[in-house]
Write a protein that binds this ligand. Sequence first.
Ligand SMILES: *Cc1c(COP(=O)(O)O)cnc(C)c1O
Length: 411
Amino acid sequence: MAETSSAAPSSSALLPVFARMDLAFERGEGAWLMSTTGERYLDFGSGIAVNALGHAHPHLVEALKAQAEKLWHTSNLYKMPDGERLAQRLVEHSFADTVFFTNSGAEALECAIKMARKYHSASGHPERFRIITFEGAFHGRTLATLAAGGQQKYLDGFGPKVEGFDQVPFADHDAIEKAITPETAAILIEPIQGEGGVRVVPTQCLRGLRELCDRHGLLLIFDEVQCGVGRSGKLFAYERSGIAPDIMALAKGIGGGFPMGACIATKEAGKGMTAGSHGTTFGGNPLAMAVGNAVLDVILAPGFLDHVEKTALLFKQRLAELKDRHPRIIAEIRGEGLLIGLKMAVPNTEMTAALLKEHVLAVGAGDNVVRLLPPLIIDDALVGEAVSRLDRACSHIEADMGLSQKKAVGA
Ligand SMILES: *Cc1c(COP(=O)(O)O)cnc(C)c1O
């Protein structure tokens, strides 16, 4: 007898590690997504800060199509002209001298961690392998990046935590200095914590970290996987601080939706990384490099980042007004550029649910924050559209609160 599927309609062959919404999309254009049921959604989540140029950006589509017809993969056994070009452009527009391409943020961080350890080993100090990280950080889901992030709920059940990470409270300068030992290799920080709740590290703290690193011979590693590549209104968030790291991890927006990342570093920090010391099969493949170059074409075009900063300023002003209108719902507006956090006065899940009803996609974060991460291409009209929908979502929550209060009084 032929085997028949007795699966219930809700069952899935996917490993159930994501609590997915009952919502799927079939196409997108700019800041808009069309669901499989034919409804339009305003995408202010950008696939968690990934679709930096929105959906189906013509320049990106063209670059990917053209590359797809020529060559998909050759391997890192051979030279890659587009990869050389993208690396050169990243170097020209940053503190870095050298670039390693990856497929994800966690892999970019793995490279950064290995590079920092190898640097000290190559300098005659293999005992210096420990890295100081911060509470509320998120660096990825590999075993080492989980240990770096230090969140117990993600570490539980996965065996001994990878050795060599010392976590200190967020932006506590004294605690950092006390955590430095003869075994410390580096300090790793997100200049703007994303998952942790859009917590911006003050400029003076970043400068303080640079000074500490210089004084103790440590490497400074920035995780700009979420805040980098234009999201903050600058190409890189660290630019605002006037200091630079030695190593930096990038991903998310760098591929505009194509899976890619990069670990970029100074020549000195990368001095231990020689032929054979690290590698990847897919990292830097021709498809990723074509799209990566196309993303930079747009973001580096004159005026683009100015436009992001101007739009972000308007958005923040409008959000401040919204907060004044709904003080029982929104407690605080945070962030830089188009990496914006609404610290909620009600549970953040209520707000994301109310926004979903208004057909706006936003993303929750730690510290009871709702993240607004629109594509960088939005204009003033879309800011207005989003603010109207946010306003309605707040009013709905208020109405529900009033209802439940009345119920309580009536009871
Ligand atoms: C998303 C994220 C990562 C991990 O990136 P993946 O591509 O999911 O591995 C690391 N650091 C930060 C700051 C992130 O936001």
